[in-house]
Write a protein that binds this ligand. Structure first.
Ligand SMILES: Cc1cc2nc3c(=O)[nH]c(=O)nc-3n(C[C@H](O)[C@H](O)[C@H](O)COP(=O)(O)OP(=O)(O)OC[C@H]3O[C@@H](n4cnc5c(N)ncnc54)[C@H](O)[C@@H]3O)c2cc1C
Length: 399
């Protein structure tokens, strides 16, 4: 029986950031991270857009707004200190039609309220920044950046191990029981008896939480984000990051152009219901996952309300032409021949029982566990700040 003082479930960027903060603030506490895959950051943390978000989109005062700002500053400092390549390149959010101007204005106001430097620009300035983008008005956000979050994860893991803590891969948590002095954690490699637990299981955070907390007020609904990549001859179409005005009803940003830190340009992601929580291709189906999504009353309510948008996203998923049309609204010169497939990612998005897409980070606390229930984008940018927040919550239990 192994008895670390704190056991962290999940070796994505949030689990690693929690361990990193914990090891700095409470160096005497022993930490073990359990990750079910053979490698770290195999899911959301290794399959995202790699954008260091500045924080313009989020409701002022929300956990997303606060942790994105703090987390971005902490991430830049961490990368500088650890020699990880990152770049503050700026981005544009582009309105292509008059009916988008009100939404553009409200993003601008949110950005300013969150302390983000941003400015309105017209078509002439837009052409200077992004010569191939079309738009009638845009917001320029010079603070936005790019980084490879997998590299961040791997450096965090090195630092955690260097402090003498354990990271065990290929170990799946299968059961969790909270007792008076400790918790019993069952895994595919035996039992653990930690005093405290942090649940950072991403796409499975609700299932892990349900092992000890019932009834759960949320369920994770997996939304796949599919990408294409611009072929080298078309990379000139995007210098940095070109975003559309997002639909304010959803926490997704709309298909956009992202120049990676390595130079390639990704296009996407869309947002379609994934038929398996870790189903990265359209044909992946997991009956348990699909049944859990489709029979969840919260999902049924969303589907009834937004079926038109959902069908549009599905259509864009199956039709490359439809995907290209969405991209052409931002960069008219792009065509299907410029695109090749690129691996997708899946967002863990919490949805409430009454059909609300939870548009903020969310935690659930039980006697010995802090569960990170909802940490979608900008979760990677915010990770170091989320880690601090989780450790502060956990520390209230330290006697
Ligand atoms: C398509 C896409 C684009 C995104 N773009 C951005 C972006 O540009 N910028 C940004 O800031 N954020 C972005 N995000 C969000 C960001 O990637 C996430 O917020 C962040 O990676 C969440 O990290 P995590 O550690 O919570 O989850 P994950 O990285 O998914 O890690 C959870 C881990 O828990 C493990 N696990 C699950 N169940 C168990 C179990 N029972 N036992 C043991 N281990 C278990 C999993 O294997 C996994 O490794 C994007 C996300 C997606 C999907």
């Amino acid at each position: 029986m192994k008895s670390p003082e704190v056991l962290i479930i999940g070796g994505g960027i949030i689990g690693l950031a929690c361990a990193y903060n914990l090891s700095k603030l409470y160096p005497q506490k022993s930490i073990t991270i359990l990750e079910k895959e053979e490698v770290l950051a195999a899911h959301q943390s290794g399959r995202n857009s790699g954008v260091l978000h500045a924080g313009i989109y989020y409701r002022p005062g929300s956990l997303k707004a606060i942790n994105c700002r703090r987390g971005k500053a902490a991430m830049e400092e961490f990368c500088a200190q650890e020699g990880i390549n990152y770049k503050i390149c700026g981005k544009v959010v582009v309105a292509v039609a008059a009916e988008q101007l009100a939404a553009l204005q409200s993003i601008y106001e949110r950005g300013r309220a969150n302390g983000v430097k941003c400015e309105f620009i017209g078509p002439a300035r837009l052409r200077e920044l992004e010569p191939h983008a079309a738009g009638i008005k845009a917001i320029h956000v010079p603070e936005t950046g790019m980084v490879d979050f997998s590299q961040v994860c791997s450096r965090l893991a090195d630092l955690i191990k260097a402090q003498g803590h354990q990271i065990l891969t290929g170990v799946r948590v299968t059961g969790l029981t909270e007792k008076s002095g400790e918790a019993l954690v069952e895994t595919t490699r035996g039992e653990f008896l930690p005093r405290y637990i942090i649940n950072c299981a991403g796409l499975y955070s609700d299932r892990v939480a349900a092992m000890s907390a019932k009834p759960l007020p949320w369920r994770i609904i997996p939304f796949r984000g599919e990408y294409y990549q611009l072929k080298p001859e078309a990379e000139k179409f995007c210098r940095t990051l070109i975003y559309p005005v997002p639909d304010p009803r959803f926490p997704f940003l709309g298909v956009h152009f992202t120049r990676k830190i390595t130079g390639e340009v990704k296009c996407g992601p869309n947002a379609v219901l994934a038929w398996a929580r870790e189903g990265y291709s359209k044909s992946d189906v997991n009956l348990r996952d699909l049944f859990a999504s489709l029979t969840y009353p919260g999902f049924a309510k969303i589907a009834a309300r937004y079926w038109r948008t959902g069908i549009g996203e599905m259509w864009r998923s199956f039709s490359k032409e439809a995907f290209v049309r969405a991209l052409q609204r931002l960069v008219p010169e792009v065509s299907a021949r410029h695109l090749r497939p690129y691996p997708s990612g899946i967002r863990a998005q919490a949805v409430t029982l009454n059909g609300r897409i939870l548009d903020d980070f969310a935690f659930l606390e039980t006697s010995r566990v802090v569960h990170v229930i909802n940490a979608p984008s900008p979760g990677a940018t915010a990770s170091l700040s989320i880690g601090r927040e989780v450790v502060a919550r956990l520390a209230q239990r330290f006697s």
